[in-house]
Write a protein that binds this ligand. Sequence first.
Ligand code: VGL
Ligand code: ZN
Length: 222
Amino acid sequence: MANLGAGFTAVLDRLIPYFFILRRFFNQKGVIRLKQGDALIVVDVQKDFLPDGALAVAGGDKIIQVVNAYIERFMSSHLPIFATRDWHPRQHRSFAAQGGPWPVHCVADSKGAEFASGLLLPDTVIVVSKGDTAEAEGYSAFENPKLKRRLDNASIQRLFVCGIATDYCVLQTVQDALKLDYRVFLLQDALAAANVHPQDGVEAERLMADGGARLLTLDELA
Ligand code: VGL
Ligand code: ZN
């Protein structure tokens, strides 16, 4: 009996390294390798959505460094980078004076509508403005036909989406992208939510994931 126990222990000793190798293999986070047909969409990283802005989104400033890191990855892989911007007329329907839910924000050509100063957009960035007429709601970047046209021209199939606000423009853009059959990766470490209700951001992430978007963080990019 003592012998059998010793033999068993010896076998276990030999198996232990394999156990760790297998565990590493199965625990490994999915690694995504960027390839032709991929594009980055940076949603509304504009001054008015940063903590000092007219429509301040908590943590909007905190994502800029990681957004820059994503931009760098797409740049070095020679993949297209889109930056959307909220670009409203003075009397936009979403403003309180017009009965909308928001304070005046991102008025076209105003300081607050500028991209965040720390955001390192390349010269080759494709800017997509939205909500630029009094009637256009402007949550989804697909409201501007330029986006789909440019994605088609570049034969884009996978969209990597980050930015502000998770529960409005990111959500609506991602939902439209999923309807259009793009494979969508939601860059979870580069999102900031308006959270008008405290759970709106996490709820929006859940909605996007349920709709087929895959959640991704920078460390999962090969
Ligand atoms: C946004 C509220 C109003 C956004 C734009 O970019 O998510 N949110 N306008
Ligand atoms: Zn807006």
